[in-house]
Ligand binder design. Structure first.
Ligand code: PLP
Length: 317
């Protein structure tokens, strides 16, 4: 009997593809250079933590992402304040003072050595035998790294992005920047599988935010965004958009936004530290407004870029 070759029905990744992408991921981790872990600066591929870390076991931790423009941390005070808020909300002591954080993060930025980057930092409740309730005397695990980033390419405002809407299946403390991101991961994957870049989330008929961004709508000339509260993350980029709107006399209202307002909005934007501000041009397959970045977006984007330039030139903090 001759052996027949198994038919390949599945066009999914082959074993070689998987090995290739694992190799590529290892190369990217090595290229991260030095990371900070528990008081030491070590090569990324040499950094290791216990599998009993509560961050790994429970997602019991807090994180921050701080943009870096012109080699300087952007709005570090606001990010460190939000870190304190999140740590406080989960009963975890901040392991470093603000000036210790600033010097750790700046050293990572200096080592990475490019103008544009972002810094990721994470604090978990540390290593302990598995038990849901807080352990006594666990030492927090502190991890941070800098990642080079080309904002000009990554945040191209010229083209716009596609989004889907999805039910907000997250918990009711989205104001805490928790490392437990499974719902956000699943929602972003749902968006990716629909050929979209982001999912705009709806809870009880109201728009909350994106899976990893805040949301703005424009009707006529007025910008509208859902208010802060436990159901959204208080985005640092969102705050800057509010400040810029005020500085430049652009009408902006914080109020509850009904899901059906998305269909009639003249413009929709998303905002986050690594996305900056991006116009949404398709939602659930339908065109938003004129089908391209709108005029109110163009103004806000210009103000945002001007502010960044002023920051890089040391004219604003
Ligand atoms: N909302 C969520 C759920 C996020 O994950 C993020 C950022 O990752 C934001 C909003 C935007 O926050 P920031 O502007 O501080 O990056």
């Amino acid at each position: 009997m001759t052996a027949t070759k198994p038919q390949q029905h599945n066009k999914g990744p082959t074993r070689e593809d998987s090995a290739g992408s694992r190799r590529q991921q290892a190369i990217e981790i090595a290229a991260m250079g030095t990371v900070y872990l528990n008081g030491e600066f070590v090569a990324a591929e040499a950094a290791s933590i216990s599998p009993m870390d509560r961050g790994f076991i429970f997602g019991d931790g807090i994180y921050e992402v701080v943009p870096v423009f012109g080699g300087r941390l952007f709005r570090p005070g606001q990010h460190l304040q939000r870190l304190r808020n999140s740590l406080g909300a989960i009963g975890l002591e901040n392991p470093l003072t603000d000036s210790q954080w600033a010097s750790v993060l700046q050293r990572l930025v200096d080592d990475a050595g490019t103008d544009d980057q972002y810094v990721y930092l994470q604090v978990t409740r540390g290593v302990a035998p598995r038990n849901h309730a807080f352990p006594d005397n666990a030492r927090p695990t502190v991890f941070a790294y800098a990642q080079r980033m080309n904002y000009a390419t990554a945040t191209s405002a010229a083209t716009g992005i596609a989004v889907i809407t999805a039910e907000d299946i997250r918990w009711r403390r989205c104001d805490i920047k928790s490392t437990a991101l499974l719902a956000a991961v699943m929602l972003r994957q749902q968006a990716a599988e629909s050929g979209a870049d982001e999912a705009i989330l709806v809870r009880d008929g109201l728009v909350t935010e994106g899976a990893a961004s805040n949301v703005f709508l424009v009707r006529d000339d007025t910008v509208v965004t859902p208010p802060k509260g436990p159901l959204i993350l208080a985005g640092i980029t969102r705050d800057l958009v509010l400040e810029l709107a005020q500085q430049h006399d652009m009408p902006l209202i914080e109020r509850a936004v009904k899901e059906n307002e998305l269909a009639t909005a003249h413009e929709i934007w998303i905002a986050s530290s690594t996305n900056e501000i991006k116009p949404v041009i398709r939602i659930d397959g339908a065109t938003v407004g004129s089908g391209g970045p709108g005029p109110v977006f163009a103004r806000m984007y210009q103000h945002y870029q001007d502010y960044k330039r002023a920051f890089c030139e040391g004219r604003v903090d």
